[in-house]
Design a protein around this ligand. Structure first.
Ligand code: ADP
Length: 490
């Protein structure tokens, strides 16, 4: 297994506060592991609440000047950052694969995807406009302007360790905010690499700061990031459980939140669908990032008329196309899961389903021949509502299939969850497409597609899947407040 030693200039092993690469104030460190073999890639600072406060002070100081830069200047810097990430995409990808496990090809796609947010927000920065509204009074004018929120605490997960940084930081910088990033303890090196390129791109000191912390320090650091008086917004992507904790801490200071939480995506196939196409898209919606995506298909709801055809086709594709192994090996399509605790969680979901009557058609266990962190690509049928994997996000390479009879029934099943992020529908009936789009209680609906994420649309969920949108012009507006100024006596 290759650790990215030859990319030393991007493999940063320190936090980043006020334009300086720094150790933890108490010199503590923790190890970042390669999930393919659990080897240590790097030892990095295990920062605590004191470091978090220092980072917030730096971000707050730099906000005073960054907010007054022109949108054109901010756009220029973001574009520089985009260009550098493109230039160094090979090295960035190696770091992502080393700490996150995904195949190199997927890591490269993540760079393209993640970098598209920097490009998009470089443009969007110059289009964050206000409004002038006709006043109800004579000789007065109503101005609505958009003002940056201030310091944003950015807390990110391990599944897209580069893209989750750019999607948030590109947007908030465009709006004129500054930030403190706390990347996942599993994948901090991608964040540090991205930020070292931001430094080269000319991002002024203090605009982006990075605090690296192990799980041990995450509660105290998280409390500072959510409750410090100089923080204006908490932007989080991760589990719903942690999202609720952060939301409640944010409430103590009435802070703004942007929350991208878990999903439980239905993948619905009607009899009119092009089944071969639906199967190709099912492979993407389920096995991209080995199932570790919040918009990954969680429940395959297949009409009874095409159930056998779909399941047989799915079985054949999984058997032929899912190649398990370390992400650095040529031809591998599914890497290890991010860590052993996560493997145990996925295994527990599958065992629970089997004990309640689910039938395994492919996979169904840990791939011990490769190590402890690899889980076989799995297909289950006879899935029922009392099973954990029906109700909760699997976040792994397990496709669970259920049969339905009517549109009304499938809507009821699909919506019977507290999550509301992504959903997928396959049909050739135009009226049905519109009905499903309207009636599915999800923030995002893909009709006849298994991949829907990009910089241009607004990404986000309803119900317990979150608050706010990322990407699109709305993504940048999330980091602004509307100010109303009344111009009187005109
Ligand atoms: P996952 O289980 O997918 O790792 P989590 O929601 O646990 O997702 O973690 C997402 C991010 O939230 C990570 O950066 C993690 O360190 C961080 N995190 C977890 N608990 C807290 C907390 N109490 N305060 C702040 N950040 C937290």
């Amino acid at each position: 297994f290759v650790t990215p030693s030859r990319n030393m200039h991007l493999l940063k092993k320190e936090g980043y506060i006020d334009g300086k690469w720094v150790k933890a104030n108490n010199n503590a460190v923790f190890s970042v592991l390669n999930p393919a073999d659990d080897s240590v890639i790097a030892e990095i600072p295990d920062m605590n609440d004191t470091d978090a406060k220092n980072a917030i002070e730096a971000a707050s100081k730099s906000f005073q000047t960054w907010k007054d830069t022109t949108a054109k200047e901010r756009s220029y810097i973001l574009r520089n950052w985009f260009n550098l990430c493109e230039k160094h995409s090979g090295d960035l990808a190696e770091i992502i694969t080393a700490e996150c496990g995904k195949p190199l090809v997927e890591a490269k796609s993540e760079i393209v995807y993640g970098n598209s947010f920097l490009e998009w927000f470089a443009d969007t920065a110059r289009h964050i406009n206000g409004e002038i509204i006709p006043s109800p009074w004579p000789n007065k004018q109503i101005l609505l302007t958009r003002q940056p929120l201030g310091v944003v605490s950015v807390i990110t997960p391990w599944n897209f360790p580069f893209a989750m940084i750019t999607r948030k930081v590109g947007a908030l910088m465009a709006a004129g905010c500054t930030c403190v990033i706390k990347p996942s303890e599993d994948t901090p090196l991608s964040a540090l690499a991205a930020v070292s390129l931001a430094e080269q791109a000319g991002v002024p000191k203090g605009v982006i700061n990075v605090i690296t912390s192990s799980r041990k320090n995450v509660n105290t650091v998280g409390k500072v990031l959510c409750e410090h008086e100089k923080v204006g917004c908490i932007s989080f992507t991760g589990s719903t459980v942690v999202g609720k904790i952060l939301y409640s801490m944010a409430a103590t200071g009435i802070k703004r939140v942007a929350l991208e939480l878990g999903g439980n995506a239905p993948f619905i196939v009607f009899p009119s669908a092009d089944i071969e196409h639906a199967l190709d898209q099912a492979m993407l919606a389920k096995f991209r990032n080995n199932g570790q995506a919040c918009i990954g298909a969680n429940r395959f709801l297949i009409h009874e008329d095409v159930f056998d055809k779909f399941v047989n086709g799915f079985k054949a594709r999984i058997t032929q196309k899912c190649v398990l192994g370390p992400g650095t090996k040529e031809g591998v399509t599914c890497g290890p899961l991010v860590n052993n605790a996560h493997v145990k969680k996925v295994a527990d979901f599958v065992n629970d389903a089997i004990s309640k009557g689910a039938k395994v058609l492919v996979g169904g266990k840990v791939a011990k021949n490769l190590g402890d962190n690899f889980y076989e690509s799995t297909l289950l049928v006879n899935v029922k509502p009392d099973m954990k994997l029906y109700n909760e996000e699997i976040f792994g390479p397990v496709a669970a299939c259920l049969k339905f009879k009517t549109e009304e029934e499938v809507l009821k099943i699909a919506n019977s969850t507290r999550s509301g992020l992504a959903s997928y529908v396959f049909t050739k009936d135009l009226g049905q497409s519109f009905r499903m789009s309207r009636n599915l209680d999800f923030g995002m609906v893909a009709i006849n597609d298994g991949i829907m994420s990009a910089a241009e649309p607004a990404f986000g969920g309803i119900k317990e899947s979150g608050i706010g949108r990322e990407g699109s012009k709305h993504g940048a507006e999330e980091y602004t407040d509307i100010k109303y100024t009344l111009m009187s006596g005109l």
